[in-house]
Ligand binder design. Structure first.
Ligand code: ADP
Ligand code: MG
Length: 207
């Protein structure tokens, strides 16, 4: 019984550490998601991705697309949270922060090391990839990250812009094509259509 208790104790400590390391931007979980707000969304599909980590084992990607405020960040954080409970490591980044960090590494000739270090996360979230501006991405660190993780480790990418608008994220159109190709290969793409939940909430509190 003591051994079992000790095991439980260590397991809980590990989960706490994984949660801390993930640096999720919001404490929100999938349980707090109001599914009725987005009737077209396939709830079962998202819960499957959150509760079955098989796609991480297969190094598949998840792409969440949709306009601002429909819950992409909430869903991404919620999925991470559920996967952490399954003992899977993850790390959440806003795209701009990630680019900044990788650029700093590149400036110090340590990009390869930084990319390898991120390998320890089964899932890496790149939130709002569309907000990366070309001048930031010019040194192509995001491109190198996508190349590096391809068929090795999973990415969860959110975007409020369709692929056709990704020209400004990567330095050249050849890079955009190559990066999109790899992201889409072995991936699930979920398009979220609906009205901004923020706007809806504001309207509700105004009446
Ligand atoms: P996006 O990343 O798509 O711009 P967010 O995930 O940041 O949107 O959502 C905006 C706000 O609305 C957050 O506070 C989020 O928790 C909340 N929200 C969005 N959609 C829902 C939903 N369906 N149920 C509950 N809260 C939601
Ligand atoms: Mg967001």
């Amino acid at each position: 019984m003591l051994a079992e208790q000790e095991h439980q104790h260590r397991h809980q400590a590990r989960l706490r550490r994984l949660l801390h390391e993930a640096q999720l931007p919001v404490a929100k979980a999938l349980a707090e998601f109001d599914w009725g707000a987005i009737p077209d969304l396939n709830r079962g599909q998202i819960e499957q991705l959150a509760h079955d980590s098989g796609w991480l084992e297969r190094a598949e990607n998840l792409l969440l697309f949709g306009p601002s405020g429909v819950g992409k960040t909430h869903l991404a954080a919620g999925i991470c949270r559920s996967l952490i409970a399954l003992d899977r490591s993850s790390r959440f980044f806003s795209a701009t922060t990630l680019v900044q960090e990788l650029q700093r590494a590149k400036a110090e000739y340590a990009l390869a090391k930084a990319l390898n270090k991120l390998d320890r996360y089964a899932l890496l979230v790149i939130d709002d990839i569309g907000y990366v501006r070309k001048d930031e991405a010019e040194t192509s660190v995001l491109f190198e990250l996508v190349m590096h993780r391809y068929e090795r480790r999973s990415l969860l990418v959110t975007s409020n812009q369709p692929f056709s608008e990704w020209e400004h994220v990567f330095s050249t159109s050849a890079m955009t094509v190559a990066a999109v190709d790899r992201l889409v290969d072995h991936s699930t793409l979920i398009q979220i259509n609906g009205e901004s939940y923020r706007r809806k909430r504001a309207r509700r509190s105004a009446v």
